[in-house]
Structure formats: structure tokens, C-alpha cells
Design a protein around this ligand. Structure first.
Ligand code: PMP
Length: 356
């Protein structure tokens, strides 16, 4: 090894889902929204004044923070914004998980959590989901250095009852509990109201899924003003200008158009419920996903095989070659037409396949 390499911070990075360069593709692999952002976002982009880019953006991203706070009935001091929820979560790990005790998150969950823990040298434990792939709340009652999990969980899509979340937060008041609500807008209940009651709760959301803005990179956290102040202190010690001018202005428009947002989410939920029925008819075992994806397994066709067959047909879904879930496919909910093409392909593939 070269001498200086001994002191390099070595990390095994997170592997994001593929972004293929395939003109014919149906892209159901990274939980993006198949519909465009609210019309106001395009108006903002068309009206952007390039000359304004000479100037730094507002380091507080005040307009965006205020708009989010208003939309969720919160005070500005209760909202933090960042470059996608990945940025918000990473900053939160850095800020709040410093006790030296292991933090807790499920064994099957968003696979960025262990990467941040390794990056920041935070010890961690991963309690196993139960046999139905549900988070066992009791696993989170033991002493720990903090807790993080998504609700609904990824990649299962399963929602945890609000009363169970509250119990976890209540029993862990000496650490920070983060609920990652990346997929909450597709039919699950948000824990945001609980931040008024518990000062150790941080709820993180994103514009990447329900607001169709994965390419813009906007995420936010809601919590007690003291938590938000600590997060901002860490942010300003790292990079004052995380949010650029375009993201701030476009983000504001996306939040203001509540009707468009609700309509888009409703369409995705309807398509999801229809696709679940279709897959069940084809013999798939499904989890009751409350997210913008379905997690499904077929009793006779291995997931790895179907994944490859779909790929060869330019239909991209996600496959995780990981213990316990290596016979499942995660399929993002696209438009009804895209899902019809997906279902038709699967139906034809299964019927033409030799059983075995
Ligand atoms: N949390 C979960 C559970 C996710 O699946 C994702 C999407 N990869 C994120 C957070 C991050 O999303 P973004 O950075 O686009 O807001």
C-alpha cells in the first residue's frame, strides 16, 4: 500500500439505482414520479434570470422554508431544507448521532443508512424485521445512540402504525428518533404532528417522489426549533449555500400547488392498487405497499430471472441480491399505460416459461 493510504477515510459507497441511457425504456427502477412537476415549476424555470446567478443564493433558503412551514402548519424555526433528503439525513446523522452508542435501524431498509454510519464512524445495530417484514417496535426499546427508519419502510412499502411510532419516540427521549418519510404522501400517515409533542423527533421528507422533482434535489426536515438550530449550525459549518436559486424558486412553486400535488399522488395510489390486483391475479405475493412502488415475489419464477427478462425488454425494475429479499422485485408505479406494458410483459413471460 502507498504510505498515505493508511490515513485515507475509506468507504464503500452507496450504489444508487441505475439511470440507463435507453430511449425505448420504461423506467420503474428508482421510484421517480411518472408525472411532471407542478406547472408553476416550469413557469419559474422559463422565467429564470441568468444574470441573477452572479449572486449567491439566500443561505437560509428562507422563501422555501417559509412556504414549507406554511403548508404544514409549522413555524419557520421548525423546518430545515437540504439538497434532497439524502443531504438532510446525512447532516442529521452527523449532527445527532454522537453518543458512541450504537444507533438502530432495521436489517432490511434504505441501504444508505449503514453507509452514512460507516462514513461518520457511528456504531450501529440492525434489528431484523419480523417474519412478515414488519419492524418490531420492541427492538427499539433497548438502550441506543439514536434511531432511524423510513415510514413506509423501503423496499417493502409497509407502514408502521402511528401509535407504534409514538411509542418508540416516547420511550427514547434521551436520543433523536428520525422518521424518514420519503414515501409518506402515497397513503401513509405522517408523524409531523408529533413534533409538537416530542422534542427528540425529526421527520424527514423529500420533493423527489410525490412532488416529481428528483432531478432538482430538495429535501426537508421538521422538528423542534432546537433540533433545527443544531442542524443549521452543522450545515453552516460545512457549506452555507446548499440550496441554489433555481431549487429555492422551483421548490416554492411545487409546494404552493397543493391541488396538483394531491391529484398526482391520488393517480399513483389508484394505479398502485390496480397493479397490485393484476399481479395478485398472476400469482405474485405482495406486501401491502403504501409507497409509490410494489415489492413482489412470484412462487415459481425467480426474481433474478424475471428482472433480467424485463430488462431485455427495456423495462427496468429494481432487484436487490440480498438475503431474505433476493426473490423480490421492487417495481416503481409508473403511469397506467406503463404499468399495463409491464403487466402484459410479465403475463406473457410467465405463460411462455417452462415451469421449474
Ligand atoms: N429515504 C428513502 C427511504 C429513499 O428511498 C430515498 C430515495 N433513494 C431517499 C431517502 C432519498 O431521496 P432524495 O435524496 O432524492 O430526497
Amino acid at each position: 500500500m502507498i504510505k498515505w493510504e493508511a490515513n485515507v477515510r475509506k468507504v464503500v459507497p452507496y450504489t444508487p439505482g441505475e439511470q440507463p441511457n435507453d430511449e425505448k425504456m420504461i423506467k420503474l427502477n428508482t421510484n421517480e414520479n411518472p408525472y411532471p412537476p407542478a406547472p408553476g415549476v416550469e413557469r419559474v424555470l422559463r422565467g429564470m434570470d441568468a444574470d441573477a446567478l452572479r449572486l449567491y443564493p439566500d443561505p437560509t433558503a428562507g422563501e422555501l422554508v417559509r412556504t414549507i412551514a406554511e403548508a404544514y402548519g409549522l413555524k419557520e424555526e421548525q423546518v430545515f431544507v437540504g439538497v434532497g433528503s439524502d443531504d438532510v439525513l446525512a447532516m442529521s446523522f452527523l449532527t445527532f448521532f454522537n453518543s458512541g452508542k450504537p444507533i438502530l435501524f432495521p436489517d432490511i431498509t434504505y441501504s444508505f443508512y449503514d453507509v452514512w454510519a460507516e462514513l461518520f464512524r457511528i456504531p450501529y445495530k440492525r434489528p431484523a424485521l419480523d417474519e412478515h417484514f414488519c419492524i418490531r417496535k420492541e427492538d427499539y426499546f433497548a438502550e441506543n445512540g439514536g434511531i432511524v427508519f423510513p415510514n413506509p419502510n423501503a423496499p417493502t412499502g409497509l407502514e408502521m402504525a402511528q401509535s407504534d411510532i409514538e411509542e418508540i419516540v416516547r420511550r427514547n427521549q434521551d436520543v433523536i428518533v428520525m422518521i424518514d418519510e420519503a414515501y409518506v404522501d402515497f397513503g401513509a400517515q405522517s408523524a409531523i404532528p408529533l413534533i409538537e409533542k416530542y422534542d427528540n423527533l425529526l421527520v424527514v421528507q423529500t420533493f423527489s417522489k410525490s412532488r416529481s422533482m428528483a432531478g432538482m434535489r430538495i429535501g426537508f426536515a421538521c422538528g423542534n426549533p432546537a433540533l433545527i438550530k443544531y442542524l443549521n449550525d452543522a450545515k453552516y459549518s460545512f457549506n452555507s449555500y446548499t440550496m441554489n436559486r433555481t431549487a429555492i424558486s422551483a421548490g416554492v412553486e411545487a409546494v404552493r400547488d397543493r391541488e396538483y400535488f394531491e391529484d398526482t399522488c391520488r393517480k399513483i395510489v389508484e394505479t398502485r392498487e390496480w397493479a397490485k390486483q393484476e399481479l395478485e391475479t398472476l400469482g405474485f405475493t405482495l406486501m401491502d405497499s403504501k409507497a409509490n412502488f410494489i415489492f413482489a415475489s412470484h412462487p415459481s419464477c425467480p426474481a433474478a430471472e424475471l428482472y433480467q427478462a424485463l430488462r431485455d425488454a427495456h423495462i427496468y425494475v429494481r432487484y436487490f441480491p440480498k438475503e431474505r429479499i433476493d426473490n423480490y422485485l421492487r417495481v416503481t408505479i409508473g403511469t397506467k399505460q406503463e404499468m399495463q406494458v409491464f403487466i402484459d410483459f410479465v403475463k406473457a413471460y410467465l405463460s411462455g416459461r417452462q415451469p421449474g
